[in-house]
Design a protein around this ligand. Structure first.
Ligand code: NDP
Length: 338
């Protein structure tokens, strides 16, 4: 059983060398007495920025740190090889938490979702139809309270979550602009995901001026993925009664001293609602989300770009790449094809 293990807790930016590959033997049977478990073959693994939090020892973090020397854990799509759980049987496809390895004994599959609709690429259940999709859906529709005609700004807009938020906002009839870190990503936003406009934040010296250019009358909704100086510039450009959904602050995760935001008083003068959220609190909406999104995917009204890394060997580099913007779209690791 090939595995990606955490070698040491991460200090500062994550490096490939914080992880290593290991091969161990595994008995492809559920051990006697291990009830309510499933033994799975992992097909696709999801690389997610939050995993960095589990690679560090952080007091009071909302998830536990990974164990050193054990396989990393993340979202993935897997096939059930054997089950001692009444809800799963051999051959079922599921998505949920699994190990970064070829085969995993999932001892608590109750948090996994069974995959019923297989008319779409299975890898979508690591992103569009998995955690990232739910994050975009809950963050935009539940937290932002969008209305037709409003102006929406999304940072890290071409990523797993951002590309969907933009498409949801377009479906709602909003004016949508995104920022991303390369020309290719900006092209994707404008030409593939249907954003009204987009800019490369790495080429803008003055975020404030850039936002004024794209939003001369201000921003109603900001879907926050990066934090720091971008947030500060957005606050200057928000409209009265605007909403900010704080999904992530990836520009801050690796800083020893996170940057301060100096103009939070804009929240008062502009009566802005700024709300952090965790997708974990919204999984009860998953059936409603599927009902809404599936027809759009099948009619080609929602599209999704994935960045496929081949083989478990490529998983450490793929994960680390999220923090330098190497991924174009949702970062997936292909462990096995069915
Ligand atoms: P992405 O697919 O967007 O990948 C991360 C992207 O972030 C990179 O491609 C890069 O794009 C951008 N980035 C990396 N470093 C920086 C930086 N220093 N400054 C600005 N941008 C940077 O990831 P996800 O879509 O999976 O996640 C997006 C955000 O949502 C993250 O902040 C994540 O933590 C958060 N999140 C929150 C959840 C919740 O429940 N609240 C759940 C899931 C995700 P670029 O080239 O454009 O810079």
């Amino acid at each position: 059983n090939k595995q990606v293990i955490l070698k040491n807790y991460v200090n500062g930016p994550p490096k490939e060398s914080d992880m290593s590959l290991k091969t161990s033997t595994i008995n492809l049977k559920i051990p006697d007495g291990c009830n309510d478990a499933v033994l799975v073959k992992n097909l696709y693994l999801s690389c997610d920025p939050y995993m960095l939090g589990r690679m560090k020892k952080i007091e009071g973090h909302y998830t536990d740190a990974f164990a050193i020397g054990s396989p990393m854990v993340g979202y993935g799509v897997s096939r059930v090889l054997e089950s001692s759980h009444p809800n799963y049987k051999k051959g079922d496809l599921i998505w949920g938490f699994t190990g970064w390895e070829e085969y995993t004994l999932v001892t608590d599959p109750s948090t996994s979702f069974k995959i019923h609709d297989k008319d779409v690429p299975l890898s979508y259940y690591t992103g569009l139809l998995g955690m990232a999709g739910m994050t975009a859906y809950a963050g935009f529709f539940e937290v932002c309270s969008p209305k037709k005609g409003e102006t929406v700004f999304i940072s890290a807009a071409s990523g797993a979550v951002g590309q969907l938020v933009g498409q949801f906002a377009k479906l709602m009839g909003c004016y949508v602009v995104g920022s991303a870190g390369s020309k290719d990503k900006v092209d994707l936003l404008k030409n593939k995901f249907g954003f009204d406009d987009a800019f490369n934040y790495k080429e803008e010296r003055n975020y404030n001026a850039a936002l004024k250019r794209y939003f001369p009358y201000g921003i109603d909704i900001y879907f926050e993925n990066v934090g720091g100086k971008m947030l500060e510039a957005v606050l200057n450009n928000m409209r009265v009664h605007g909403r900010i959904a704080v999904c992530g602050m990836i520009s801050q995760y690796n800083l020893e001293h996170p940057e301060g935001v100096h103009n939070l008083s804009a929240l008062i003068s502009k009566r802005i609602r700024m709300e952090g959220f965790l997708v974990l609190d919204y999984y009860h909406l998953y059936p409603k989300f599927l009902e809404m999104v599936m027809p759009h995917i099948k009619k080609g009204k929602i599209t999704y770009v994935e960045d496929m890394a081949d083989g478990l060997e490529s998983a450490p580099a793929a994960l680390v790449g999220l923090f330098s913007g190497r991924n174009v779209g949702k970062q997936v690791v292909v462990v096995a094809k069915e």
